[in-house]
Design a binder for this molecule. Structure first.
Ligand code: N01
Length: 491
């Protein structure tokens, strides 16, 4: 990895933005095809995407590692069923080394703008440090969860103590003996709260909406299992296949028959009653919306952390932040030394803050003013030869996003191959994109995400921009190969 890669010699064949699982996976696939004419621009100082950024205490994957890793780069020695962040980050680095990707990654290169130069049929890309690149195809591999979202609370800037977001964890801030406030109780917070609860003198956990937190079926792999998988790698594949089927089956309740979630709520309530004896705290932690509407969380140490005497779950809404602490709607001020935001990401602002301009100078923000959408989550009308990985409506509530990425890679590779057949650019036809999105939105209407809760899967106007509303094998069928009649092929 370096930031001294020459800016521009000849136009590249492919320019990839982002070096997380999406960007690296596509690069690995390109390498496997003997393709070398690509470059990855990475805004950070090293590759790794979400698994570089989210190194907060307790960060781990909530999808089993055999499933949350590339099928074409299997790993048989994960130490646990659900790998911790450090191990996933190490896997990322291992992928880079094995596929010799380091020379093709340019770090500290944040894309500021990209525009499609129609006469030349090239994407012209400029980074914030003023470097420029051009490429026949541009691939956005920025993910949906890369821009931390800070709460919009009056007085936030006044707070005098240390304050940071979970995805920008300040490891230099020693929390031992400190009074700490945490805002948010999502997937990130439920992982770091148990880790910090034991060392702080006081932890105020500001909860706006309680989450469903179910037991995490996690454990270390035994030496026998590890030896077995190393001796017979197909056993790892078998486990992966089983995990896939198990997770995929849950899709029935997510988007076909949300009523199936109801019995699981009863199981959850029993679990909560076992974990939290205090009825007042239990009531605070009981969601009033259907299971699955927000992401279902898994943890074995979250509820045990909350029953500790130094931990307070604050259900009262936050009114303002002062120099000393947080004031809730009832006028009570809680003084704290450190404020941690577990408030998630700007998930519906795909590709922001990059300025992307397509045919005729069309601005992507303009095209997406009512909410992001793309054909199969990959192509956007008016933005030829732009391919989005993990784009609009390709996030999942029930299975591994790696499977979705692996559906997108061959599709994008087929499109890239088409550009070698005398096609200057591919532009998805508007009616095709519109029809696709109508179907996606209709399917989501029936899903559990529409059963009465707020979630980050929809934008402020209520349009579902993030989730895929079907089985992952059905998405794979849709993306098996491009239908060229869906595109205007400009020769
Ligand atoms: O963020 P979130 P996250 N005042 O958006 C609250 C993935 N992930 O970083 O629910 C008060 O889920 C907000 O409250 P509410 C995973 O896909 C994966 O935890 O909106 N509270 C919520 O409680 C996940 O879904 C792993 O009412 C405010 C919390 O902050 C996604 O990342 C691990 C507030 C935000 O929760 C995001 O998770 C971690 C305000 N103004 C994350 N604003 C894996 O294991 C927000 N909140 C793979």
């Amino acid at each position: 990895m370096n930031n001294n890669t020459p800016e521009q010699q000849a136009p590249l064949r492919v320019l990839i933005i982002g070096s997380g699982f999406a960007g690296l996976g596509l690069a690995m696939r390109l390498r496997q095809r003997g393709e070398d004419d690509f470059l990855i621009l990475e805004k950070g100082g090293e590759p790794g995407g979400t698994w570089r950024d989210n190194d907060y205490p307790g960060a781990a994957c909530d999808v089993p590692s055999h499933l949350y890793s590339f099928s074409f780069e299997p790993k048989t020695d994960w130490t646990r069923r659900y790998a911790p962040q450090a191990e996933i980050f190490a896997y990322v680095r291992q992928c880079i080394a094995r596929h010799d990707l380091a020379p093709r990654i340019r770090c500290y290169s944040e894309v500021a703008e990209a525009w499609f130069d129609e006469p030349a049929a090239l994407w012209r890309v400029t980074t914030t440090d003023g470097a420029s690149f051009s490429a026949r195809a541009l691939v956005s591999a920025c993910g949906q969860l890369n821009r931390p979202l800070y709460p919009n609370i009056p007085g936030l800037e006044r707070f005098a103590g240390a304050s940071f977001h979970s995805a920008r964890w300040r490891h230099d801030v020693d929390l031992a003996g400190k009074r700490v406030a945490v805002i948010g109780t999502g997937a990130s917070a439920i992982q770091f709260v148990p880790q910090i609860a034991a060392k702080v003198s006081k932890l105020h956990l500001f909860q706006r909406t309680p989450a469903y937190v179910l037991p995490k079926p996690d454990r270390a792999y035994s030496r026998f299992e590890l030896a077995l998988m190393q001796r017979w790698p197909w056993t790892q594949k078998l486990d992966r296949a089983w995990q896939y089927l198990f997770h995929e089956a849950r899709g029935v309740a997510f988007f076909l028959l949300p009523a199936l979630m109801k019995p699981y709520r009863q199981l959850f309530l029993r679990h909560l009653a076992r974990e939290v004896a205090d009825p007042v705290l239990r009531a605070k932690l009981t969601p009033d919306y259907p299971l699955g509407c927000k992401r279902i969380l898994i943890s074995n140490d979250y509820y045990p952390a909350l029953v500790q005497p130094q931990v307070e779950v604050v259900g009262e809404a936050i009114r303002e932040v002062t120099e000393r602490g947080i004031v809730t709607a009832d006028g009570v001020e809680r003084e704290v030394d450190v404020l941690i935001h577990g408030t998630g990401f700007a998930a519906s602002d795909f590709l922001a803050p990059m300025q992307i301009r397509g045919l005729g100078g069309l601005d992507l923000n303009q095209a997406w003013q009512d909410g992001a959408e793309a054909y199969k989550g990959i192509s956007v009308t008016g933005f030829p030869n732009l391919f989005i990985l993990y784009g609009p409506n390709t996030n999942l509530g029930h299975n591994s996003i790696i499977y979705m990425l692996e559906s997108q890679f061959p599709y994008v590779l087929d499109c890239l191959a088409k550009l070698e057949e005398g096609v200057r650019y591919l532009d998805v036809r508007q009616p095709v994109q519109a029809a696709w999105n109508r179907r996606v939105q209709q399917a989501i209407e029936r899903s559990v995400w529409e059963q009465g809760c707020s979630n980050w899967y929809k934008n402020a106007a209520g349009k579902h921009t993030n989730n895929w509303s079907g089985f992952t094998f059905s998405y794979r069928r849709h993306t098996r190969r491009p239908q060229w009649s869906d595109y205007d092929l400009v020769r």
